[in-house]
Design a protein around this ligand. Structure first.
Ligand code: GLC
Length: 813
């Protein structure tokens, strides 16, 4: 607990950059061998490299500083474009492809001009610095908004915030002014009026991004290494996110079971408890895909062991669970107990795989098992070894691993992490821990993911991680660490997950119900509702906290949890298609409204609503005792998911939200693919019949919409060699006149999407319609008359999935 002494005048340090030493005028301009341009200053150089028409890389180096090992090695870059440069008075104009960079030869100001002539970004200054090593200053305006920045507490729009990037294990409550949590992603999406630009500072040491200290500038800088940043020019928000993820990588398709509901607890203490838990889910008819084993499954918290008393036969337990459709995900922390009785320790010592100081002595520190050592995952040999150790788990039938404590967290070191002086192999370009700290978690998850890939023989691995850096999405799903069972933390998880999504991490989630403190019936109900439509859906809670399994608070809340967990599975076909979109375009499945409606001022900082894809608007209840709420519906028309009522957009509506209802709205013009049958886990989804909800706009407005629906086996990597189905669904609707066309874009399965399929068209209004369905060869397969239900919808079932269906209004019933 801090007291007032914290704010003693003697403790005051200014956040403003101190001791700036600006670069001064350019002394010479040279060309780097690969086509980049080098500006030579008295005290260093700045390299400007163009990689595509929307990507420029800038690297500041001190005179004589080594060029090897800058950044992470995790970025994917095409060849440098050859740049041409010419002086124009005080400016140097550098051009490559469609972009131009204008350098002020006297001041180190740089203007980044996009292909369409827009000034994407304006660097005002670049300086060596006393407190930090180097700082870059960029222009902002009073209209500037900032998104992204990875996993940060607080609100969606980060204007007015300043963050440091230093992966930290924070058990203290995550509040707005804690600026470093477990993940560091120094990527900011700057929206200024209608200009959208991404800036990515690729430096895995301690860095900062400051949108607070100056009225007309934002700044970022690094404490170690080189100041290397990328400017990604729009034109719009989506293209910036997509370009950023092309640079830092996109996730592979996750196994479908990782998208189901997961149950965790610190800890399920023994084999019997785990089996009883799984059986309870099945008895109660609550879908479940995975159970997590926290640290108590191990012998003395030693990784790659099972406690023989608590878990006498883990393989049998895992096999029995698999029969029930439940997977086990065990926790694996980086700390290896420093004891000669531990085989992993012995092997690591024999082969020199653990992190050491330059003098050769091992770094050791306390974590759960006591005094522990830490693998150097940046050493390719150590990484391969670590990955292969997972045979211990995969041979028992495990294909998902939970990486925790990988900041790394170290209980007894002064910095609470690895000593900054410890060395890392860093792929053959050795660096101190201080220079690469933020990469440790990513390296661990990468070694784990790649190890599982090798071991699983074509099955997709699942890795969950707490720590990470830009690019973590390639290897792991991110959960947001030790939140609490606070309403504020439920509310905060929404912008946090949305900003993670804008920072390349599409697959993330917070502990549902809250990890620390004690949840309540109402909080668990509301959190399960929201979690059901967020990317990663796991209920997890702390040792000693009130139990929070879905049934922990009696029948009412159990029923609510069941309904919303079922809803998640019902929407699984849509969720899965959105995962596919995220894996191919980098766009997150859970989106802040501003991503879809960038010019609508009402959504610029909307924290309490989100979109699942483009068509499902979710307005969770984030406060206790609240049973209705205002919901903003963007332009267009929307349908209340629960009542089927059509509502005009571009305004606020008051939504009813009794405890069993989370307000949800469907966009008019959308087709939402679902599965009908209730399933108990995702493997049953493939066989479930498909259902389409079609939402049509009011008469007088013609809407055309196309969406792509994606399915594969949900488990293997065979989709990469063409074993997937992709359909293009096109809806043309004007009032009750509706045409829905299905075109196979790719067919990897003989009969996966053959049928049956039910289609509900919402918003038809009164009266009846004649419905005609055609097969792919143009032959009419069915002709029906459809009357409408009281809510104006009509449902029809087709034995085969038709290629085209038309509804024509006004027919006689
Ligand atoms: C850390 C994790 C938490 C886990 C606990 C015990 O606090 O963040 O999820 O339950 O360690 O392993």
């Amino acid at each position: 607990m801090l007291n007032s002494e914290t704010i003693h005048p003697d403790n005051h340090t200014s956040q403003r950059a101190e001791g700036d030493r600006p670069l001064g005028p350019v002394k010479a301009v040279t060309e780097r061998g690969d086509g980049a341009v080098r500006l030579q200053y008295a005290q260093g150089s700045v390299d400007i490299a163009f990689y595509s028409d929307d990507l420029v890389q800038v690297t500041l180096l001190g005179n004589g500083e080594p060029e090897a090992g800058i950044g992470t090695g995790e970025v994917e870059l095409p060849a440098v474009q050859k740049a041409a440069h010419a002086a124009d008075g005080q400016n140097l104009i550098i051009r490559a492809g469609k972009q131009t960079v204008e350098v002020d030869l006297l001041t180190s100001a740089i203007r980044f001009v996009s292909a369409d002539g827009t000034v994407a970004a304006r660097q005002i200054g670049l300086a060596w610095n006393d407190k930090w090593k180097a700082t870059a200053y960029f222009a902002k305006s009073d209209k500037s908004r900032f998104y992204g920045l990875g996993e940060k507490a607080g609100f969606l729009n980060k204007a007015g915030e300043r963050y440091e990037m230093w992966n930290t294990d924070v058990y203290s409550p995550h509040v707005q002014d804690i600026d470093a949590l477990y993940q560091s992603i120094p990527f900011v999406l700057h929206a200024d009026g209608d200009t959208y630009t991404g800036v990515f500072l690729d430096n895995p040491g301690r860095t900062f991004v400051d949108m607070r200290s100056f009225g007309d500038m934002f700044s970022f800088g690094c404490a170690t290494g080189a100041l290397r940043y990328y400017v990604i020019s729009g034109p719009d928000m989506k293209s910036v996110v997509s370009r950023y993820t092309a640079l830092t990588g996109r996730m592979n398709m996750p196994p479908m079971w990782s998208l189901g509901f997961h149950q965790s607890r610190y800890s399920y203490m023994d084999q019997e408890e785990v089996l009883t838990l799984a059986r309870t889910f099945r008895e109660k008819g609550i879908p479940l895909d995975a159970i997590y084993l926290d640290i108590h499954y191990m012998e003395s918290y030693r990784v790659f062991t099972f406690d023989k008393v608590r878990f006498p036969d883990p393989a049998a337990m895992i096999a029995e669970l698999k029969e029930m459709g439940v997977r086990i995900v065990p926790i694996v922390d980086p700390g290896v107990k420093k004891t000669a009785v531990d085989e992993v320790y012995r092997e690591g010592i024999e082969n020199d795989y653990f992190c050491k100081y330059i003098e050769g002595n091992l770094f050791a520190g306390k974590v759960w098992p006591g005094e522990s050592v830490f693998p150097d995952f940046s050493d390719p040999k150590a990484a391969e070894w670590w990955g292969s150790l997972h045979a211990f788990y995969t041979e028992m039938g495990i294909s998902g691993i939970w990486n925790d404590m990988n900041e790394p967290s170290v209980f007894d070191s002064e910095s609470k992490t690895m000593d900054a002086e410890v060395m890392h192999n860093n792929g053959g370009v050795p660096k101190t821990h201080g220079e690469v700290h933020n990469l440790y978690g990513l390296w661990m998850s990468k070694a784990t993911y790649q190890g599982l890939e090798r071991l699983l023989g074509g099955e997709r691995p699942f890795v969950l991680t707490r720590a990470g850096y830009a690019g973590i999405q390639k290897y792991a799903t991110v959960w947001t660490g030790d939140n609490r069972s606070y309403w504020e933390h439920l509310a905060q998880s929404i912008p946090m997950i949305m900003n993670l999504g804008l920072s390349g991490v599409a697959f993330s989630g917070a502990d549902v119900g809250g990890f620390a403190s004690h949840t309540s019936a109402e909080l668990l109900a509301r959190w399960t509702q929201a979690g059901a439509l967020l990317p990663y859906f796991r209920n997890h809670s702390e040792l000693g906290s009130l139990r929070q399994e879905p049934w922990a608070f009696g029948e009412t809340v159990e029923n609510i949890c069941r309904t919303y967990i079922n809803l998640r599975y019902r929407f699984m076909p849509t969720i899965y298609s959105l995962f596919h979109e995220a894996s191919t375009t980098g766009l997150p499945l859970v989106r802040p409204l501003v991503l879809e409606y960038p010019t609508d001022p009402n959504v610029a900082n909307m924290n309490d609503q989100f979109l699942l894809g483009t068509d499902i608007l979710v307005a969770p209840i984030l406060k206790p005792g609240v049973f209705n709420r205002s919901v903003y519906l963007p332009e267009g028309e929307w349908f209340d998911y629960w009542t089927g009522e059509r509502l005009e957009g571009g305004r606020y509506v008051l939504a009813d939200a009794p405890l069993d209802t989370m307000p949800m709205y469907m966009r008019a013009g959308s087709v939402v693919v679902q599965q009908t049958a209730a399933v108990s886990h995702t493997a049953e989804s493939a066989a479930a019949a498909r259902h389409l909800d079609v939402y049509v706009p009011a008469a007088g407005s013609l809407v055309t919409n196309t969406l792509r629906h994606y399915e594969d086996d949900g488990l293997t990597t065979e989709y990469r060699s063409g074993r997937y189905d992709q359909l293009e669904l096109t809806l043309k609707a004007e009032g009750a006149n509706v045409e829905l066309t299905t075109k196979a874009i790719h067919q990897g399965f003989a009969d996966r999407l053959a049928g049956p399929v039910t289609v509900t068209v919402h918003g038809l209004g009164e009266g009846a319609a004649s419905v005609l369905a055609w097969a792919a060869d143009g032959k009419a397969v069915e002709s029906k008359q459809a009357g409408t239900a009281a809510d104006g919808s009509a449902t029809l079932e087709f034995a085969q999935w038709p290629a085209r269906i038309t509804w024509t209004a006004g027919a006689k019933a």
